[in-house]
Write a new protein. Structure first.
Length: 578
């Protein structure tokens, strides 16, 4: 039976259990975002002349709600790439404060905050600041070189930091032209064959002198066990910027400051190799023979047989002394096929998951040295589903842009925390939402939107069952605010205030705030019911139950916390013990 908490249409309010104190929220939780049920729309990216821009990376992020842990860890709503016509089809929910980012190496980054209105029109990219210059170098013409500018931008409201990078080739005379730069200081990196890497800071429009220094040139070739060329191998040394990549015939060249030097060679499908170079190699240069790596190969499809383009492969190395070491690799392929290198032979435990599908656990496999272990076709199932519709309690109108999260209860939540997975989506224009890929168990649905108190519903899912929560109504609720002081009446800044749901069935709080310099906090809005408020600093200072009445307004939570000191003397047979 489905159970609603908060402001949900019902002839009577459900009976609530007495709350119990809860431990702090576990950190390090990563989220898998299930695609929103909003209809897809076309986003088109063009240049200053209106021509389509192919290969642009288009990303959308929802804003962080205060200091809420779950909101801070929310992944992008989508991350897509424009096609030849400069467009992508994306489900763009109607959320106040939605952040859109567009990145293309030939243009300045484009960022825009949406005001809750549906996105209309096209995105026009700017060329940004342009910097044309010349690199001085000793000797004859350059054979190969590149100049790159890097900078980062903080988006604190969306809990993300983006690194931007723009590159341009060096001509044989050392000339270059960089576009898409900002009006701020960037880090410049110059790499040219036969010369030591150069790094410097630069602000577009300011004069700068760039001069390369000749190094000891190492030439070589990367090959496989049968002597076949290995292209795309990465060759690095310990010095900053000391790197090269083998070409189509496996040839590479790398400039180092001096000898001896240690090199690290890595290539997809092969084991990493380390080699020490004590003196200049004789022609034709170094020969680096790579050994085949242990691999996992397979194909991921849905329960309809269609390929899954983006999935996550979870890999655990089974240790001899017991226990496991988990890591994850993202699988991206239009056909669903993948080929993943393993660090070494041995026994592995595997699982595959994708947004909207239930995780498929593949069990344990034993991979022999040099073996490409085939997992065959891995079929993911949509599993259990939950759906519903969200409306404004005041007038019954549908609510779009409501963030909906489904949290498992009991031991299932601990397991999902360890596996770093959480189902989350955003309601569509008609207020509807749907989440799939859930397993059997008890769940709590949380619906949140700015200006409304959270809506809650609890339900139980059986295997491959669809649970319809019906209509869930949200209203403005009552605003919780307060001031926290010590026993001397001085404000307590930096304390964390956490509010847990009426039944205390989840490890994750409904909301979290931090007191300011004046000891004051404000929010969240809460529907009528009982809640438990925790105040934490260096320890748990307070855990108290409160009653939120119906009718809106404010609930004042002014409290005195901490400040108790214990004094005493420790003795042994009457003598003080230090």
């Amino acid at each position: 039976m489905t159970k609603f908490c908060g402001h949900v249409p019902s002839p009577r309010r459900p009976e609530l259990r007495a709350p119990r104190p809860q431990p702090p929220v576990l950190a390090g939780l990563a989220l898998l975002l299930v695609a929103a049920s909003a209809p897809a729309q076309t986003i088109r990216v063009v240049d200053g002349e209106g021509k389509p821009v192919a290969g642009a990376q288009v990303e959308a992020r929802a804003p962080v709600r205060g200091s809420d842990v779950i909101s801070r860890l929310m992944p992008p709503l989508f991350a897509l790439e424009t096609g030849a016509d400069g467009s992508v089809a994306a489900r763009l929910p109607k959320i106040e404060g939605l952040l859109m980012l567009v990145d293309h190496p030939g243009f300045a980054p484009w960022t825009h905050e949406m005001g809750g209105e549906p996105f209309q029109g096209t995105i026009r990219l700017s060329a940004g600041e342009r910097w044309s210059g010349k690199v001085r170098f000793p000797g004859k013409a350059l054979t190969k070189g590149e100049v790159c500018a890097s900078w980062s931008e903080e988006f604190s409201r969306w809990s993300t930091k983006r690194a931007w990078r723009r590159c341009a080739p060096l001509s044989s005379a050392g000339a270059f032209s960089l576009a898409g730069l900002p009006l701020r200081t960037v880090e410049i990196e110059v790499a040219a064959e036969g010369f030591l890497p150069l790094r410097s800071n630069f602000k577009p429009g300011a004069p700068i002198e760039l001069g390369l220094e000749a190094g000891v040139l190492l030439r070589g070739k990367t090959v496989g066990p049968a002597g076949q060329p290995v292209a795309g191998a990465k060759i690095r040394c310990q010095a900053a910027g000391c790197k090269a990549e083998s070409g189509s015939q496996g040839n590479f060249s790398l400039a180092v400051r001096g000898l001896p030097v240690s090199l690290r060679v890595e290539a997809a499908g092969f084991r990493s190799e380390s080699l020490a170079v004590a003196k200049p190699p004789k022609p034709p240069g170094l020969l680096v023979r790579l050994r085949p790596a242990e691999q996992l190969v397979g194909r991921v499809v849905g329960d309809d047989g269609r390929p899954i383009r983006i999935a996550e492969l979870r890999i655990a190395k089974l240790l001899d002394q017991g226990g496991t070491e988990w890591n994850s690799q993202t699988l991206r392929s239009p056909t669903g096929d993948f080929q993943i290198d393993l660090p070494e032979p041995g026994n592995y435990r595997l699982a595959v998951r994708s947004a909207g599908y239930r995780e498929e656990r593949l069990g344990d496999v034993a991979v022999a040295p040099g073996q490409a272990y085939s997992l065959g076709v891995i079929a993911l199932h949509s599993g259990s589903k939950v759906l519903g519709s969200l409306v404004d309690r005041r007038d019954g109108r549908p609510l779009a842009g409501v963030e909906v999260a489904v949290l498992p209860q009991g031991t299932q939540m601990l397991e999902d925390l360890l596996n770093r997975v959480l189902a989350q989506t955003v309601s569509a224009e008609d207020g509807s939402f749907m989440l799939s890929g859930l397993t059997s168990g008890r769940y709590e649905m949380r619906a949140r939107r700015e200006g409304f108190a959270p809506g809650l519903a609890r339900f139980t899912l059986d295997s491959d069952r669809t649970e319809d929560l019906g209509t869930v109504a949200l209203d403005s609720g009552a605003m919780l605010r307060g001031r926290l002081v010590d026993r001397g009446g001085k404000p307590r800044p930096g304390l964390i205030v956490r509010v847990f749901d009426p039944e205390q069935s989840s490890l994750a709080p409904l909301a979290e705030q931090t007191t300011g310099e004046d000891g004051v906090f404000r929010g969240p809005a809460l529907a009528a019911g009982r809640y438990r408020v925790q105040v934490l600093g260096s320890r748990l200072f307070l855990s108290e139950e409160i009653e939120v009445p119906s009718g809106g307004g404010e609930v004042v939570f002014d409290r005195t916390v901490g400040g108790v000191k214990l004094h005493g003397v420790i003795t042994r047979r009457g003598d003080p013990v230090s």
